[in-house]
Design a protein around this ligand. Structure first.
Ligand code: ATP
Ligand code: MG
Length: 459
């Protein structure tokens, strides 16, 4: 445990004090290094990885306060504890204001030294962990996580790169499940606002009468349920990005207020007399054709132009089939990691179906289909049977004919496939199937028996 907390550097020109601190901390299982001057300490810091510096305030040469200042400037990650002789406590308090984590008065009590150093060590470890996790989150949403090698998606990457750092508002359009939210996050986490918040709002999910107070906040007593002042999502997104999802669902009255917020860079909480200024970048998304909504007077034209400074159109999955194998592999891996069940791949015929299906729900639907298939699958590979009926249905159509022609399949083979498909469609009802095939029921029974290599039961 103590090892993960990192190393302590003790700095004191008094050798006895160095030894005392070293032994005390070492006994507690910590990693400790010692040095006799501030100058020497800086050299050590440049070479190694330290978590906490415990330094004397008054030394020959560089003073503790100066060392503190340099550490805070060059190694903001390292925490500093000062040791000071009785009588210079004021200097120590002053040093706290300049970023020291704590101080100890000399003569130092042993248990106090251990207690203070360990508390600061723990804080340092925690903060480093938080920073590490935050970085990981950034990585997850960086556009490298948006998968795709198709030209269409590569063009999206390029556009994300170009717009991320500009202050302009962006409108993301695309069918449901094409990755609009993923792209919005990628833009935010690749922009200079990345340290600020990313605040998503689904305009369709919040009841109309609550939307204004959700977006702009309210003052206590401004309506019956307003028991206290409340910040709205605009204020929550201060210095960050507000993601207005399903923007077409915004009532006209609120469209006007959002327009004002964008133009004036300030908002007014419900019931407030004074405005609050906001520094927020807006990314909006819709799966409708917003210009069509403008034409039909359901969406304000002026707001449309404000939001649509740059439009990012996400292509539907069926227009970038070459991305499917890549996405399938990624989702298989994700399911394996999450569920413990490892499915290594997809059979050729199952993949053909995945490539042939129209994916009305786009990447989200593909992800769900793979998750379901992994649950159902009994083998190492996903087979056609693990796919939903709708996707299996895609096996017919042009692909079967294309492949049949490619392989110069004999007619009876194609007939067999076709009969199977029609039977699938009728749920096994032979009467309906015969009707659809334009043959009588007897003929169908005969053909089925032939297909199974059995004599006809009615013969
Ligand atoms: N290119 C991609 N690479 C990897 N995963 C993707 C990609 N596009 C979408 N996804 C995944 O698909 C799912 C749907 O994406 P997202 O929620 O961003 O879509 P959306 O366009 O906002 O959908 P809706 O219009 O239904 O809100 C998410 O789980 C997302 O991680
Ligand atoms: Mg969405």
């Amino acid at each position: 445990m103590t090892e993960e907390w990192g190393t302590i550097l003790v700095v004191d020109d008094d050798a006895d004090m160095r030894e005392l601190a070293h032994d005390l901390l070492k006994d507690r299982g910590h990693h400790v290094a010692t040095t006799g001057s501030g100058e020497e300490a800086l050299k050590r810091l440049a070479e190694g990885d330290y978590a906490v510096v415990l330094t004397d305030l008054r030394m020959k040469g560089m003073q503790g306060t100066e060392l503190l200042a340099q550490i805070k400037r060059d190694y903001p990650d390292i925490n500093v504890i000062l040791m000071t002789a009785f009588g210079s406590v004021e200097t120590a308090v002053e040093a706290m204001k300049h970023g020291a984590s704590d101080y100890l008065t000399k003569p130092v009590k042993k248990d106090e030294l251990v207690r203070v150093v360990e508390r600061v060590l723990r804080e340092t470890a925690l903060r480093r962990e938080v920073n590490r996790l935050r970085k990981e989150v950034h990585k997850e949403y960086s556009f490298h996580q948006i998968l795709g090698k198709s030209k269409a998606i590569q063009a999206v990457f390029e556009l994300i790169r170009r717009v991320a750092d500009s202050p302009t508002n962006v409108l993301i359009t695309g069918e449901s499940g094409t990755g609009k939210e993923l792209v919005a996050k990628a833009i935010h986490y690749n922009s200079s606002r990345k340290e600020g918040p990313f605040v998503p709002v689904n305009c369709a999910a919040i009841p109309e009468q609550l939307l204004e107070s959700e977006l702009f906040g309210h003052m206590r007593g401004s309506f019956t349920d307003a028991k206290a002042d409340k910040r709205g999502l605009f204020e929550e997104a201060q210095k960050g990005t507000l993601f207005l999802d399903e923007i077409s669902e915004l009532p006209l009255m609120l469209q006007a207020k959002i327009l004002r917020a964008i133009q004036e860079r300030e908002i007014r909480r419900v019931g407030a007399t004074k405005p609050v200024s906001v520094d927020v970048r807006i990314i909006a998304a819709t799966n409708l054709n917003l210009s069509e909504e403008v034409k039909n007077k359901r969406f304000r034209e002026d707001l449309y132009y404000r939001l649509n400074v740059i439009e990012l159109m996400l292509p539907p999955l069926r227009e970038r089939l070459e991305d499917i194998p890549l996405l399938v592999a990624a989702f298989l891996k994700k399911c394996g990691l999450a569920g413990g069940k490892e499915v290594k791949g997809v059979s050729e015929s199952a993949l053909a179906m995945l490539m042939d299906y129209a994916w009305p729900g786009n990447v989200r639907e593909l992800e769900n289909v793979i998750e379901r298939a992994v649950t159902l699958s009994r083998g190492e590979k996903i087979s056609p049977d693990d796919l939903p009926q709708a996707v299996q249905g895609a096996r017919g159509d042009r692909r079967v004919l294309d492949e049949a022609a490619e392989k110069s399949l004999p007619l009876h083979e194609i007939e067999k496939e076709y009969i199977k498909k029609i039977l699938d469609k009728t749920g096994g009802n032979k009467y309906q199937a015969a009707h659809a095939l334009g043959i009588d029921r007897k003929t169908l029974y005969r053909k089925l028996a032939e297909m199974e290599g059995k004599p006809h039961p009615e013969q």
